[in-house]
Design a protein around this ligand. Structure first.
Ligand SMILES: NC(=O)c1ccc[n+]([C@@H]2O[C@H](COP(=O)([O-])OP(=O)(O)OC[C@H]3O[C@@H](n4cnc5c(N)ncnc54)[C@H](OP(=O)(O)O)[C@@H]3O)[C@@H](O)[C@H]2O)c1
Length: 302
């Protein structure tokens, strides 16, 4: 059994909550941080302590980092998991929505890293595991702002893995494919302008995914654990069969073939055979229950 300690953001649900369980079951101490504490959430796990933290409150990040270091004496791994998805065409997305997406998904990650780098330097090492997304390597229409925020996470992670190497600090990136979590029920839809202009294209794109069977959040959580504990020279790991399939396909197809396939996905509803194929590719262990947006009524619900 290890006596190491992991600090996890966004631990209230989904991938973060599953990561808390996996680390705790492997004997780690866990500082599970979340915006709103649900009493008894990890009551069955004595080595888990819950801390309140909104990663967009930068002063609080410093305070909670210090509080967890005091409580455990040492933090060995920090998992930057907190995030949410803004979606909709860029033209219809307000600057406030874009700023908010970046404040959580990008600046929150950078601030948490800044809060722990001095501690890791003093300890002569430590590991950051930053949860990006498949969309950090393959940008998707309708999710452009979210995709770009995750490209930023992959970018800062790659740079920091080099910049912090002299101090023995490692940075690892996890790229989850689609996982059945609350992320789909909490999406922030584009709010500005005339949605009807984009409606058919958004509908075509989303209908290709609406019946897709997706991965259980424990799959990405296990990948986070592997990234945190493996000594292999693997900086970036995909999570989920859909993620590895799509990345392989992106590498095999020419830029033109990939572009045409993506644009065709906007112009035409998916055929029954392509839906069957997608379903086969992404088959996993859980289904997305609800993805709804009143402005795009009937287009997104599954
Ligand atoms: N599920 C997928 O298909 C998928 C795919 C690729 C990448 N990811 C990434 O995986 C990570 C985990 O997402 P998930 O799928 O597990 O979704 P989830 O169940 O919605 O979990 C997201 C977590 O982030 C928290 N969070 C959001 N904003 C926060 C803030 N400002 N401060 C602190 N915590 C905040 C949420 O807290 P509340 O409960 O308070 O909202 C929740 O605990 C995210 O970074 C997401 O982008 C997910």
């Amino acid at each position: 059994m290890t006596s190491k300690t992991v600090f996890i953001t966004g631990a209230s649900s989904g991938i973060g909550a599953e990561a808390v369980r996996i680390f705790a079951e492997k004997g780690w101490n866990v500082a599970a941080t979340m915006r709103r504490v649900t009493p008894g959430l990890f009551g069955d796990l004595p080595n888990v302590r819950v801390f309140t933290l909104d990663v967009t409150d930068f002063d609080a990040v410093d305070q909670v980092a210090k509080a967890t270091i005091r409580a455990f004496g040492r933090i060995d791994v920090v998992v930057n998991n907190a995030g949410y998805a803004q979606y909709g065409p860029l033209e219809l997305t307000s600057m406030e929505q874009i700023e908010a997406q970046y404040r959580t998904n990008v600046f929150g990650v950078m601030k948490v890293m800044k809060a722990f780098i001095p501690h890791f330097r003093e300890n002569g090492g430590g590991t950051f595991v930053n949860v990006a997304s498949l969309s950090a390597r393959i940008a998707f229409p309708v999710f452009g702002v979210y995709s770009s925020s995750k490209w930023a996470v992959a970018g800062i992670s790659e740079a920091m893995n080099i910049e912090l190497a002299p101090f023995g600090i490692r940075v690892r990136t996890v790229l989850p494919g689609t996982h059945a979590s609350n992320i789909f029920t909490k999406m922030d839809p584009a709010k500005e302008g005339d949605a009807s202009v984009y409606a058919p294209y958004v509908r075509n794109f989303l209908s290709a995914h609406k019946d897709g069977v997706v991965n259980h959040p424990s799959r990405a959580a296990q990948t986070i654990y592997d990234a945190a504990t493996s000594d292999a020279w693997v900086f970036e790991r995909t999570a989920g069969r859909d993620a590895s399939f799509l990345l392989t396909m992106r590498r095999w197809l020419s830029t033109r073939q990939w572009y045409r396939m993506q644009v065709n996905g906007l112009l035409r509803p998916p055929s029954p055979s392509s839906l069957r194929f997608l379903s086969w590719v992404t088959r996993g262990t859980a289904r997305v229950e609800t993805v709804s947006d009143p402005r795009l009524e009937g287009q997104v619900s599954t």
